[in-house]
Design a protein around this ligand. Structure first.
Ligand SMILES: Cc1cc2nc3c(=O)[nH]c(=O)nc-3n(C[C@H](O)[C@H](O)[C@H](O)COP(=O)(O)O)c2cc1C
Length: 427
């Protein structure tokens, strides 16, 4: 892992110095400008899939308000000349308490998708959590991340055999933890996507972990004989989709087209990608399958956090999926204190959803989170400038956090605590 690539103040100096040469930053440091630029460079369907949320997007707003509830109380004259932002998590040293949240269908933002993100993660030392809905297989990403931390996020399929295969592949790919996402046993009601009548997976986007999986491919083959095609309305758009899918699916284009396998794979994926019947009891299956730390993503209620402890889980990610699942679900920052209290430092708790600045990272840590996940911002960076865009976004967050930490009088992440926060004045 690279030493902390750039100290916060070095990055700041570098950005100002580039202005002296007449160069502007590759991505804006301002989140709204970054988002706008990503929008300008994407199709409406792609942008809305990334930017949108469930229902009226109240939870997305609540996520921001959750951070706005707190102000930072800095301390002075505390020699912060030798501060560092490193943390240890599940035995690995990380340069900063920041991880990249699992984001599916990244090819909507850039053709190199997860590969570009993996390179940026490697260059900064920040862990990438491979999405179960990735556009590139975990093996391909892991190959370019040799020596760098990566985790795997699992959607618990209806097929236990597929779950086992994905987890074994994650182990073989050097993933250091398995994140089970619990809040997506079905897709949330997302008006932006519904109004475009657009779901990337149906276009073969974001299903690379499946089409690269031997168990999944076997299940598709087994289905072939049983199913007859009916009522699939042949329109010019349907033909275009069939061609696109045939091009994306592993194997030859012509044989894919004539066998109809890619379409069958998409159907199979829709059929089995998640298991709404999942319960706490299923976790023992995963526990027996792997020695890797298991984290649950999507926990919001303290009683669920208590149950996670009972079931021997190794970590939690407090998250509402960036407001994409239940509209009006509680904000993750509102949920965090109750969970921290219940967990009582027995396992690490990571905060996800709505992190948009170094101050947000600081506040989550002050409330007791061990680290945070960054989501949409790096996807926007990808849309704006590929690998370099993702890397610039990560470096900006690391720098912003480091400067916030030092300016608040802290020399290390460990020194940040609840005493550094006050309730904010509400406007
Ligand atoms: C386009 C998109 C795709 C996502 N795909 C996944 C996924 O495959 N698995 C998962 O656990 N979470 C997924 N998430 C949720 C993120 O991991 C994370 O919880 C969320 O982005 C955090 O909210 P924020 O982006 O507002 O910070 C996705 C989020 C977005 C925006």
């Amino acid at each position: 892992m690279p030493e902390q690539t750039q100290k916060g103040s070095d990055r700041q100096k570098e950005l100002y110095a580039s202005g002296m040469r007449g160069e502007l930053p590759i991505v804006p440091a301002d989140h709204e400008k970054l988002k706008k630029l990503a929008k300008d460079r994407s199709t409406p369907e792609a942008y809305d899939y990334i930017a949108g949320g469930a229902g009226r997007e109240d939870t997305m707003r609540q996520n921001r308000l959750g951070f706005g509830q707190w102000s930072i109380m800095p301390r002075m004259l505390n020699d912060v000349s030798k501060a560092n932002t490193k943390i240890r998590l599940f035995g690995q040293q990380l340069p900063s308490p920041i991880l990249l949240a699992p984001i599916g269908a990244l090819e909507l933002m850039h053709k190199r998708a997860d590969l570009a993100v993996a390179e940026a993660a490697k260059n900064t030392g920040v862990p990438m959590i491979f999405s179960n809905q990735a556009s590139v297989s975990m093996e391909s990403c892991a190959r370019i991340m040799e020596g760098s931390p990566r985790w795997f996020q699992l959607y618990w399929s209806k097929s236990d055999e597929l779950v086992e295969s994905l987890v074994k592949r994650a182990e073989a790919s050097g993933c250091a933890a398995i994140v089970v996402t619990l809040d997506t046993t079905m897709l949330g009601w997302r008006p932006r996507d519904l109004d475009h009548a657009y779901l990337p997976f149906l276009h073969g986007k974001g299903i690379a972990q499946y089409t690269s999986d031997p168990v999944f491919l076997r299940l598709v083959n087994e289905d072939e004989d049983k199913k007859t095609e009916k009522g699939s309305g042949i329109t010019p758009t349907a033909i275009q989709s069939a061609f696109r899918l045939a091009r994306r699916f592993p194997g030859g284009f012509m044989s894919n087209l004539s066998s109809g396998k890619p379409i069958k794979a998409v159907r199979k994926f829709i059929d089995i990608y998640s298991r709404p019947s999942l319960t706490w009891e299923n976790l023992s299956f995963l526990r027996e399958l792997t020695q890797l730390p298991i984290l649950l993503k999507g926990i919001l209620h303290p009683e669920d956090a208590a149950k996670a402890l009972d079931y021997g889980v190794n970590g939690l990610i407090v998250s509402n999926h960036g407001g994409r699942q239940i509209d009006s679900a509680v904000s993750s920052m509102q949920a965090l204190p109750g969970i921290i209290k219940t967990i009582d430092a027995k396992i690490p708790v990571i905060l996800d959803s709505g992190v948009r600045s170094g101050a947000d990272v600081f506040k989550a840590i002050a409330l007791g989170a061990k680290a945070v996940c960054i989501g949409r911002p790096y996807a926007y960076g990808l849309g704006v400038a590929g690998r370099a865009g993702v890397q610039a976004v990560i470096e900006n967050y690391m720098a912003d956090f480091e400067l916030t930490m030092r300016l608040s009088g802290c020399n290390s992440v460990r020194e940040i605590n609840r005493k550094h926060l006050r309730k904010a004045i509400q406007l």
